[in-house]
Design a protein around this ligand. Structure first.
Ligand code: NAI
Ligand code: AKG
Length: 532
């Protein structure tokens, strides 16, 4: 299969080289208007962006064949991941390609704000000379507070330690081991604000990190602190920054990232303030970082399109397991069973229980996605995949209960779907033998053994002589060949369940005479063809 990619932002040409080596057609088109993007995006299997292009729900609606959005960088604030997930589009980033560059830029900003470098450079270049005004402060023996001790925060810590700084951090998700290995003391946020001479943020912008420092908590800051933001605009409340300086809480601010880029008129006060230094989102702007992220995203996207690996995917937890040989058979089993279950379920069925026993229960999360894919592919007109299956289930208000039931006595693995109240068949269980022999093994307590494939007719009947002969001769009269069959009963003369696999798809007319046979009840026709 041949794929095509559109590069939308200023991504290093190494990306093209990698895509072309992988036999993927690549087009570069920057600065498209909204309308052009709506038109162009239809043609591509993948798009590559940095931060200039906004991948909105509206754009994604137009993206008819889109399979993957690749961000050559870390932050994905410009990509609507929820909308992409709903469309079944994979979103990936390159989590570490620009770590070192951004950490170096942050260290540069710390030194620049401590020594008034940008302001004094400006002064000298414009013919001035003022050594008193630009008196600075040493960072040596000062405390650097890091909010977000992740990849970049960690690299900043290592580097600034060499400058003789005491490093302390606030990160509720960082492990004590990591902090210890970096020789960093973890503190609570308010404690950190109270001791930091320099405070640098390295978190994503989230509801929790938005406005982490503002006039509201200015009293908690150590007086005369320097603030640095090379992460995302808004982590320090932008409109409060000039006041924080003017009222003496903060000595200076260094900013690389803004809530609106390029900054809009609302941010001019920040840009113009003499104690605020600004760079135009340059953290990742080095040749090395851009080459790394371009190369990484191109490899990752090529691998994902070719279903080889899903490294770097942000919304494809389940899909990333599809390349795992151990999980593959269970995924297929789960999807086929989901498809059978929905064909057995009564109309409007919206409540299901999935039970996993044996080794497969380790993968219950992804198997639930796969069952849902099997169920929903009968309901949803758009393509359902492992990325968007849960989204569609939630959208339909489906109630799913998932249980893990330990070992099974008879099989290594067993997946059971319970259809609940009102269903003619309540529980259906299946397992996989070897690598790809998928079988239904139990229905409502009746032992059955039938391959989960092709076209299946299932019915309940009274266990009496001639039943099967009646059904098979009715089928034969219509040219329906039986491939295999399985009878399940609890004892002589009791009720029985019969499952027959037939060699061709059946229509209503062909099913009618079988339904009409005396003693045949609850007949269901199940088709596992057409990829459903
Ligand atoms: N200026 C630039 O050009 C660049 C900016 N960035 C931005 O830098 C930031 C950090 O990137 P990485 O270090 O690669 O990410 P990361 O994921 O490695 O680290 C983020 C850290 O923030 C912590 N965190 C999350 N919520 C928090 C909270 N409420 N309070 C405290 N800590 C919290 C996480 O536990 C994690 O350790 C991101 O916002 C990213 O978009 C990244 C690359 C370039
Ligand atoms: O592409 C860029 O230069 C922006 C880098 C960045 O902010 C990120 O990777 O999160």
């Amino acid at each position: 299969m041949s794929f095509s990619i559109l590069i939308l932002d200023n991504v290093d040409p190494l990306a093209e080289k990698v895509f072309e080596e992988r036999g993927i057609k690549v087009t570069r088109n920057h600065n498209l208007s909204g309308e052009e993007l709506h038109r162009e995006i239809k043609k591509y299997d993948g798009i590559v962006v940095r931060s200039s292009t906004t991948v909105s729900p509206e754009i994604l609606q137009s993206a008819e064949k889109l399979k993957v959005v690749g961000r050559a960088g870390v932050g994905v604030d410009n990509i609507d991941i929820e909308a992409a997930t709903a469309r079944g589009v994979l979103v990936m980033n390159t989590p570490d390609g620009n770590t070192v560059s951004t950490a170096e830029h942050t260290c540069g900003m710390i030194l620049a704000i401590a020594r008034n470098i940008p302001q004094s450079v400006q002064k000298v270049k414009s013919g001035g000379w003022d050594r008193k005004k630009y008196m600075g402060t040493e960072v040596h023996n000062k405390t650097l507070g890091i909010i977000g001790l992740g990849k970049i925060g960690g690299e900043v810590a290592k580097r600034m330690k060499k400058f003789g700084m005491n490093i302390k951090a606030y990160d509720p998700f960082a492990s004590v081991e990591k902090a210890d290995s970096l020789n960093v003391e973890l503190l609570e946020l308010d404690e950190l604000l109270g001791v930091a001479d320099f405070l640098t943020v390295h978190t994503p912008l989230t509801e929790k990190t938005k406005g982490l420092v503002s006039m509201d908590n200015a009293d908690k800051l150590k007086k005369g602190v320097f603030l640095i933001n090379c992460a995302r605009g808004g982590i320090y409340k932008e409109e409060d920054l000039p006041r924080l300086i003017d009222e003496g809480y903060v000595a200076g601010v260094a900013v690389d990232a803004y809530s609106t880029e390029p900054p809009n008129a609302g941010l001019y006060e920040i840009l113009e303030h003499p104690n605020i230094i600004c760079t135009p989102h340059l953290g990742a702007s080095t040749e090395e970082a851009q080459e790394k992220v371009a190369e990484q995203i191109a490899y990752q996207m090529s691998d994902a399109l070719e279903q080889k690996s899903f490294k770097g995917s942000l919304n494809g937890k389940s899909i990333s397991l599809t390349t795992n040989k151990e999980v593959q058979p269970y995924l297929e089993l789960a999807q086929r069973l989901g498809s059978v279950a929905i064909q057995l379920a009564p109309e409007h069925a919206n409540e299901f229980s999935f039970e996993y026993s044996g080794a497969c229960s380790r993968f219950s999360d992804v198997l639930t996605d796969s069952i849902l894919k099997g169920i929903l592919s009968h309901h949803v007109s758009e393509a359902v995949n492992l990325i968007n299956a849960r989204h569609y289930a939630d959208e339909r208000g489906m109630k799913i209960k998932e249980t893990k039931a330990g070992e099974t006595k008879t099989f290594n693995d067993l997946i059971t779907i319970r259809l609940g109240e009102g269903a003619e068949y309540q529980n259906i269980s299946a397992t996989v033998f070897g690598e790809n022999d998928y079988r239904i093994v139990e229905i409502d307590g009746y032992g059955i053994e039938l391959r989960l494939e092709g076209d299946i007719v299932m019915y309940q009947n009274v266990d009496k002589p001639g039943m099967l002969a009646g059904v098979s001769s009715t089928m034969a009269e219509q040219g329906i060949n039986i491939g295999s069959l399985s009878l399940g009963r609890t004892g002589k003369g009791s009720n029985a369940i019969t499952a027959i696999s037939v060699d061709k798809p059946l229509d209503e007319e062909e099913l009618e005479p079988i339904i009409g046979i005396d003693g045949v009840n609850a007949l269901k026709y199940i088709s596992l063809t057409n990829g459903k």
